[in-house]
Design a binder for this molecule. Structure first.
Ligand SMILES: [Zn+2]
Length: 328
């Protein structure tokens, strides 16, 4: 495991140790606290000995995202006891419910805009971020966000909820889109370890059809405007990569029937049974071939096409698509 992650986990363990010792001096002898303290000490010893992150049954590497979420784990997923497995499944189910609770309502319509999305985690939880926020600071603007946290599973889903909280807090501040993303990147950078980052497309849509879009290292956003297809590519690096990123924006105006399609690489990098990649071009052509569809029908058409393309091939990543359509 990378040194930086070990250093992070070492710090985490020392912090827990200090808290446990403080709790032990204030409460009467508590057996479960003492047990936890022993487990923390044992993890610190494993770090010292260089055996940290190695399964005690098979001596294979323990899944990195599980260690990041809980540095005390000692067994890989294949070697949990039945009760550990049950507890893990219950935790994941709860995390999944919490994450579903963070999603925006489905098929929203606002003055002049309709939006629909499809959110499909690979496992129980997803590292994709999907959000819609309206009416901040007394304006009629609508914000659409779609992002992808590096990695998969539990650690990615925890960062996804952090991104959700950062964005929801900043969007009330009245900052310009560019400053909002710059601030979000700084906060995200300061609050995560340096090997983790998130790509994000953030869109502010105004009442009279104007949109401003910032793309932080994410797949190109696809705009279909009066029969033309445009790709709005990255204007900056992923969030959290550098604390001082600069994020210029794209601006355009949408007319009735124009659509904006956002998606994660779980869509564009999906594979067919013969290892062919789905690709951005295919998505672009599909959206161009059905200009009259509602946001909901466009999302459904994309999902159907992707399913047909994959046939029996398994999904490899979390998958999210969002369609925004300008309506009368
Ligand atoms: Zn094992």
């Amino acid at each position: 495991m990378a040194d930086i992650q070990e250093a992070f986990l070492h710090g985490q363990l020392l912090e827990r140790r200090e808290k446990l010792e403080a709790a032990l001096t204030t409460s009467e002898q508590n057996a479960s606290l003492r047990q936890l303290l022993n487990e923390v000490d044992s993890a610190l010893e494993r770090l010292e000995a260089g055996t940290f992150g190695v399964c005690e049954t098979c001596h294979d590497t323990i899944e990195k995202d599980r260690l990041m979420a809980d540095p005390l784990v000692r067994y890989c997923l294949d070697h949990l006891t039945a009760s550990q497995r049950r507890a893990l499944e219950q935790d994941l189910e709860l995390a999944s419910q919490l994450q579903r609770g963070l999603l925006p309502r489905q098929n929203l319509t606002f003055a002049g805009w309709e939006v629909c999305y499809h959110y499909q985690p690979l496992g129980l939880v997803s590292g994709d971020y999907c959000d819609v926020v309206t009416h901040q600071n007394g304006s009629e603007d609508v914000y659409f966000a779609l992002g992808d946290v590096s990695g998969k599973g539990v650690a990615a889903s925890m960062l996804m909820s952090q991104l959700h909280a950062i964005f929801r807090t900043l969007v009330t501040s009245g900052l310009s889109l560019q400053l909002l993303v710059e601030r979000a990147s700084r906060v995200f950078c300061q609050s995560t370890i340096s090997s983790l980052f998130a790509t994000l497309v953030l869109v502010r849509a105004g009442q009279s059809g104007e949109i401003e879009l910032c793309n932080a290292g994410h797949c190109p956003a696809l705009v279909h405007q009066g029969g033309r297809a445009l790709e709005l590519g990255a204007t900056g690096v992923p969030l959290g990569l550098f604390c001082e990123g600069v994020y210029p924006t794209h601006k355009t105006k949408m007319s009735c029937g124009d659509t904006l399609l956002l998606y994660t690489d779980g869509v564009s990098e999906a594979r067919s049974a013969n290892e062919e990649e789905y690709g951005v071009e295919r998505l672009k052509e599909l959206a161009a071939s059905c200009p009259g569809l509602s946001a909901q029908a466009l999302v459904a058409a994309c999902i159907d096409d992707l399913k047909a393309f994959r046939a029996e091939a398994p999904l490899l990543d979390d998958l999210t698509i969002m369609a925004v359509r300008r309506v009368a």
